[in-house]
Design a protein around this ligand. Structure first.
Ligand SMILES: [Zn+2]
Length: 215
């Protein structure tokens, strides 16, 4: 049986980033990239483009890795919370995360600050950073990723409050269309005490300001 998507130069670049066993269809992505290159009118035999379909496929696997392992990893990450008697605010950031916009598939580079006030369960700080990267590594609207992350965190860790600030540069605004190189979009999702207590919210926004000033 012949593989219908394998025309064109055969890739010699082997995947090394853990895509095996996932729903990621590398050959299909490579074939699509080959078509784009052909559509652009470039010479696929040129040595600069020969491995491009394979490279782009690997890059997109990475940029969208949150699509393939989200469920398993959410449990893996959020399921490992532990008891803590600390009742103050925990704020982590800036965490850098990259994904793509669902409309143009151009990179979205986010800087994130997340805060929560534990009720009983606490999460390791690096786990929080991993969760943030996972939720943003996919073709997703910034607001939707923010909502999904906050919802999952809320249901697994059940804190007294959670707040998520995302500031992102969208490739579709910086590198095409209106070409606003320094323009960023920010979203803030607040739940529990961060929503109900204005003092808590103010403290969080102050933490965001301090953490981002150093970055
Ligand atoms: Zn876009």
């Amino acid at each position: 049986m012949t593989e219908s998507v394998s025309q064109g130069p055969i890739s010699t670049v082997t995947p090394t980033n853990g895509e095996e066993g996932t729903k990621f269809k590398r050959k299909q992505v490579e074939a699509g990239v080959r078509m784009i290159l052909q559509g652009l009118g470039v010479d696929l035999e040129d040595e600069n483009f020969k491995e491009t379909p394979a490279r782009v496929a690997r890059a997109y696997y990475e940029l969208c890795s949150g699509l393939y392992s989200a469920e398993k990893k959410t449990e893996e990450i959020f399921g490992k919370s532990f008891f803590s008697d600390y009742r103050g605010m925990i704020v982590v950031g800036p965490v850098q995360a990259t994904g793509v916009c669902p409309h143009h598939l151009l990179p979205v580079k986010s800087t994130v600050v997340m805060g929560y006030i534990p009720k009983e369960r606490k999460l390791g700080l690096s786990k929080l950073a991993r969760a943030i990267k996972l939720y943003l590594a996919k073709p997703v609207m910034q607001e939707s990723a923010s909502h999904a992350l906050v919802e999952a965190f809320q249901s697994y860790v059940q804190p007294d409050g959670v707040a998520l600030y995302i500031q992102a540069k969208h490739g579709c605004m910086t590198d095409r269309g209106v070409l606003q190189h320094n323009c960023e979009a920010s979203t803030m999702d607040v739940r529990g005490l961060f929503k109900d207590d204005s003092g808590v919210k103010t403290e969080f926004t102050e933490q965001v300001r301090l953490l981002l000033r150093r970055s």
